[in-house]
Design a protein around this ligand. Structure first.
Ligand code: FES
Length: 150
């Protein structure tokens, strides 16, 4: 029975990841995380973690559940990524994923253990129960500053 429900979960997750993978990168993808106005800039030279490939920094006063900016391993086209820390399983501004310290590029939810890939990805879940990706914001470098917007 346990094997059967695990199989169902994997099948549902795979089907959803495929649809999210196809739609998630479209600008019209609507996240389960409530929409809040986001528009701030950061000078990465002031935050050592953002100068380290794979490093990340959490901005608690931005976004719905705070925003995690990730150094995308120096990727020349997408040097930084920005995700709302609010877990997409609970969808609460108080339940926030935390970036694993081991440089794995995975963020884990302390509530029920869902894991999300945050390097080179759209924040897709890689371990449940969450099935929706983290809410992603636009992160661009303008004049040496990281600009994060909706
Ligand atoms: S609240 Fe995050 S995995 Fe359940």
């Amino acid at each position: 029975m346990k094997q059967f429900s695990a199989k169902i979960y994997k099948t549902v997750l795979l089907a959803l990841l495929l649809s999210i993978g196809i739609n998630g990168c479209k600008d019209d993808y609507v996240s389960v995380v409530p929409s809040v106005y986001v528009n701030f800039t950061v000078n990465p030279t002031n935050i050592i973690e953002l100068n380290i490939p794979g490093g990340s920094y959490y901005f608690g006063n931005e976004g719905y559940g705070g925003i995690i900016i990730v150094n995308n391993w120096g990727d020349s086209t997408v040097p930084f990524l920005a995700f709302d820390a609010s877990c997409t399983h609970e969808v609460s501004s108080l339940v926030r994923v935390e970036v694993n310290e081991n440089g794995s590029g995975i963020a884990t939810c302390p509530e029920c253990g869902s894991q999300f890939m945050i390097f080179g990805s759209n924040g897709s879940p890689i371990k449940g129960p969450a099935i929706e990706p983290l809410k992603q914001y636009h992160a661009t470098v303008v004049g040496g500053r990281i600009s994060v917007t909706n």
